[in-house]
Design a binder for this molecule. Sequence first.
Ligand code: DX5
Ligand code: ZN
Length: 227
Amino acid sequence: MLAAGRLLIAPSILSADFAALADAIALVERAGADLIHVDIMDGHFVPNITIGPPVVAALKRRARVPLDVHLMIEEPDRYVEAFAQAGASMITVHAEAVVHLHRTVHFIKSLGTKAGVALNPATPISALEELAGDVDYVLVMTVNPGFGGQTFIARSESKVRSMRELLRAAGSTAPIEVDGGIDTTTAPRIVAAGADILVAGNAIFGSPDPAAATRALRAAASTPVAS
Ligand code: DX5
Ligand code: ZN
């Protein structure tokens, strides 16, 4: 499922109608979504609150593609087991929220779940230098986490390029996920820089036609850009 060089589209339901999440998921799945990105926020690590394991379990009963669960919470170790049991296929923790990151990554893997580490825009890629061979994927935040609909941070492009180099140097083929401000304009360049998994909330569910927007994002991301 996860490999560098394979483009995956992961619509984020943060921008969907929370009263009709099952419909939102079905719509983008029919349009070819590879993953469903689920944003978990606790009001502490980020200034916003969303959902917890019971809602993830409900989504799992309706989703056909894997659930990609992005934990923007303090002390994620206390909750990864609950999210794995709820049906997460991928669990991402933030490097800034974890003290013993090596332990946490291996704990997530021991639950039979893919383990990813997210880096905020201000966190250098060196935070992952010692773990490059351990993670199943890396999430490079392309906005400061907390809200949908923010503007892509342009410097993310060189950060993704450097992250790809860091992984390559470690002999890792882990894919790089990007999250925040991804749309048909930003996707081609960030893919050219080395991103593999594109999270998009506003560009998909903020659109009047989320299915068409899902297809458009894949088409844009698959179009080569002149460097
Ligand atoms: C932001 C979340 C994102 C969010 C992206 O904190 O982690 O997953 O849904 O939304 P857009 O694509 O609207 O920037
Ligand atoms: Zn996210």
